[in-house]
Structures are given as structure tokens and as C-alpha cells.
Design a protein around this ligand. Sequence first.
Ligand SMILES: Cc1cc2nc3c(=O)[nH]c(=O)nc-3n(C[C@H](O)[C@H](O)[C@H](O)COP(=O)(O)OP(=O)(O)OC[C@H]3O[C@@H](n4cnc5c(N)ncnc54)[C@H](O)[C@@H]3O)c2cc1C
Length: 487
Amino acid sequence: MTRPVIVVGAGVAGLSAAVAMARAGQPVVVVTKAEPPGINTFHAQGGIAAALWPDTAAEHAADTLRVARGLGHPAAVAVLTESAPAAVAELMAGGVLTDESNGVDRAQEAGHSRPRVLHAKDGFTGRAVWHYLARVAKADERIRWITDQVVALCGSDSAITGVYLASRETIAGRGVVLASGGYAGLYPWSTNPDTATGDGLWLAYQVGAQLADLEFVQFHPTVLKEAGRPPLLLTEALRGAGAWLVDEDEQRILADHPWGELAPRDEVAKAVWRTARAYLTAAHLGPGIRKAFPALAEALAERGWDLARDRLPVRPAAHFAMGGIVTDLWGATGVPGLWAVGEVAASGVHGANRLASNSLLEGRVFGLRVAEAVLGAEGPSSDKCGLAFAPPDPAFWIPTSVARQTLDQALGVIRTQTTLEDAQNYPWHAMGHLSDWLTGLMLEAAVKRQESRGAHCRDDYPATDDRWRGHLVHQKGHPLKLVPIGK
Ligand SMILES: Cc1cc2nc3c(=O)[nH]c(=O)nc-3n(C[C@H](O)[C@H](O)[C@H](O)COP(=O)(O)OP(=O)(O)OC[C@H]3O[C@@H](n4cnc5c(N)ncnc54)[C@H](O)[C@@H]3O)c2cc1C
């Protein structure tokens, strides 16, 4: 019997890979530690970027690279943008995504020079994409779906072949695709579900994979700021539709920016962060705005806010992890038998700052590519699936309050030398928690990068400095190193 490929994660990246492999006849085991709402993909609101005629991949690539602030890889961005139309075709044909051909405009989002964001009719694109892919995956008898947490990897002497679960079951196969999402859920103010804790980074690091760009966390500029309630994301598409960001005196806080409210995310987040009381308002757009964003209008109404009338208090919240496991253009990590794809990967497409709506696309495009790569790879020579390292205690996975506080205060939108250095004095690596281990690595990179670039903004080094035009790479047993772009 053909041995299965194990896919860790049931978001857009994992499910795209799993379905593609199963359609090619490959048995697949999908392991997910959570079901919706504990999956980031389910929450995506804006949409999925793809340059459909008369837009071009070249323009999409230019926007992506400009926003990436010198750290995007042109080859990876070319793969992303050129593969986009084909990668979204099934979702369009399946009625998940719409464009003007079936009655809904392509949306304009921050950093895009054109309206190119395809979305579901009700605006809850991630939910629609997830339901579609999950339905296809669950209907395919070559896919076994397990809800459990992967707590260790296993393999032979020469390759990773499977995973070890919290329930103490070992799933042996011919290789592992990590599609386990990012780590922005570790922050106390985050748009992510609290399952986005960077598990995959730790698993890959244990077996020698490289991690890059951990200092770059994108903050969504506008979540509804209400004490004691979970943050509610106010989609960028609202600003695309004409909503303004204003201060206490109703002055537009981005009035001087040439792109206004559609400036790149990092710039909008900094402007909101620096404004003592910032608000998003769509009141000047009239009642039609409720119809344009029906689900959001309803979610706001449930909390007592009227999208068409009220000034909504906002603050930035951690949203997307640019950092991740270093991969090539096919998801290979350099560790035999281990691939990584989606938000868990550092594939080179986002650089220092992700362009809005490029991450669902990344999951879809690279999910399909990784499937091809795994199918084309020679399977391992041995059936052995011994533990590659000891699984940690269950408490290891629970984020600590010291890590969460440090992420908020030292690794937030604007970083200061004193908060970074004070935080570094804590014995992060000795504490035996995933959150502490990752916070320690993020701090190390944030302290080392003495410049401001994209999502990494230091008040003591406000300028971008070409000497830092490279990736800070962590690897077990090696000191942190700067790898210049192109090396
Ligand atoms: C509120 C919100 C709005 C967004 N809007 C957009 C948007 O409009 N457009 C866009 O492009 N992007 C958007 N994003 C970002 C986008 O949703 C994510 O980057 C993308 O969905 C990540 O997909 P993924 O498949 O890599 O990971 P995820 O969807 O995060 O899935 C990760 C999977 O891994 C599983 N997992 C994790 N650890 C383990 C483990 N140890 N064992 C087993 N399973 C594990 C999880 O349970 C989950 O199934 C948004 C994100 C949020 C939070």
C-alpha cells in the first residue's frame, strides 16, 4: 500500500496541498489541532488577490515587492503572481469567489495599485474558501482527517517520515508537510484565533530547519477597540470603499499621505498607533455601506455599533507572521522529508511586509506547488518512524503571560531600545514554553536589526539601512546570522 503523506494543518495551504495530492491518487492524512473557528483561514475577510485581465501579474508583482521593502524575492513573487489566476480558477468556478462577471466588483485594498481582490459575496471569503476545500477533502476517501495536535516529528536516520500526536499515536508515512499557520495568535491583541502559536516553527527547528524574519509581524491597523471583548477586525476593504481614519477632532490622520487610507499596512498601523484616540468612520458614505458589508454590519450591530453612523474606536493588532520556516519555491525546507507551506513558511513572497490579500493566495499557490513537489520526490528508503526528539509536556504549548505581555510591549508596532533590551534580560530559552522560546528568538532578531523596515519599526533606528537588506536566520546550534538578499 502506498504510504500516506502527512499534512499538518487544515487551512487554505494544507487543504490545497492535501486535495491536490489525493486527486493524483496519493493517500493523505490531514492532522489539525483545531476545527473552525480555530483556523486562521476561516477568518479571512478581505479576499484573495489575483491579477485577472486587464490587470497583469507584473503589476501585482511590482506592488508586492514595493510593500515588501527590499526583502521580497522577485522569483518567489513571480511564482505567486503568475500562478494566481490558475490557482483561483477552481474557487471561481466553484462559486466561492466572485468578480464583476458574476456581479461583485474586485475590491481595492491597501498597497494595491488596482482593484484586484476577489472575494465571496458576503465578504467572509476565508469562511467560504475553507468550507469549499474542507468539503472536497472530506469527500475524498484518500484523505483521512484527524483532529489532534502534532507534538513531535518522527523519522528514519535520513528523513522525516511522520508525526507523533498528543494522543500518543504515531502516524508514519512518506513525508510531512507543515501547513500549521503563523504565530500572531501569541499576542494579547491579535486578530488570529489563539491556536496560531507557531507550533510548526518549533517542530521544524528541532530537526535543523532554518527560521527567518521572525522580527516581522504585521499589525492590522484597525480592530475595534473595546476593553474586555475579543478584537473585531474592521476589514481594509472598508477603507477601500471610502471609510476614513480620524482622530478625536475628526481630522483625517492620513490626510498627508499620497495614498491616504490606502497606504501600506505598516504605515497605517504606525499612524493609528501614534494617534492617542483613533477612529474609523464610514458615516459620510451613507446607509449603503451596511449593504456593502452586511456580515460586518451585523457583527457590529450585535455589539451595539452602527457601521453607517458611528465613529468606531480602533487600534492595531497582530495579524500576520511574515517570519517562518525557510523554504525554496517548492516548499522544501532543506530537511529531507519535511516541507512547509502557507503562513508557517518564509517562502520569500512577503519580505518585511505582506501585501493585503496575498496570504490566502500564498497558501493556495504554494499548497498546489508543494503537492507537486512531494509527489515528485522519491519516498524515504525506510519505513522507520522513530521520535526525532522528545515530545514536550502539555504545559509547553500554553502561552505564558510574560511572553504575551512582552510581545505587546516590546515587540509591538513601534519598538524602543529600552523595552527591547529590558525584555532580552529574561531567561527566555530556559523557561520550557513554546511562547517563551519564540519570544526569545523574535527579540534576538528585533534587537539585532538596527533599522526600521516594513513591519519592524524602531524609534532608535528610524531609517532603513541597506546594510540590513537581508534575512536574519535562526538555526538550532548556530548563532543568529544575517543572510543578504540573493545569497
Ligand atoms: C481576521 C483575519 C483576516 C484575514 N484576512 C485575510 C484576507 O482577507 N486575505 C488574505 O489573504 N489573508 C487574510 N488573513 C490571513 C490569512 O487568513 C492567513 O495567512 C492564512 O489563512 C493562513 O493559512 P494557512 O493555511 O497557512 O494556516 P491556517 O489557516 O492558520 O491553518 C493552520 C492549521 O494548522 C493547524 N495546526 C497548527 N499547529 C498544529 C499542530 N501542532 N498540530 C496539528 N495542527 C496544527 C491549525 O489547527 C490549522 O488547521 C486574515 C487573517 C485573519 C486572522
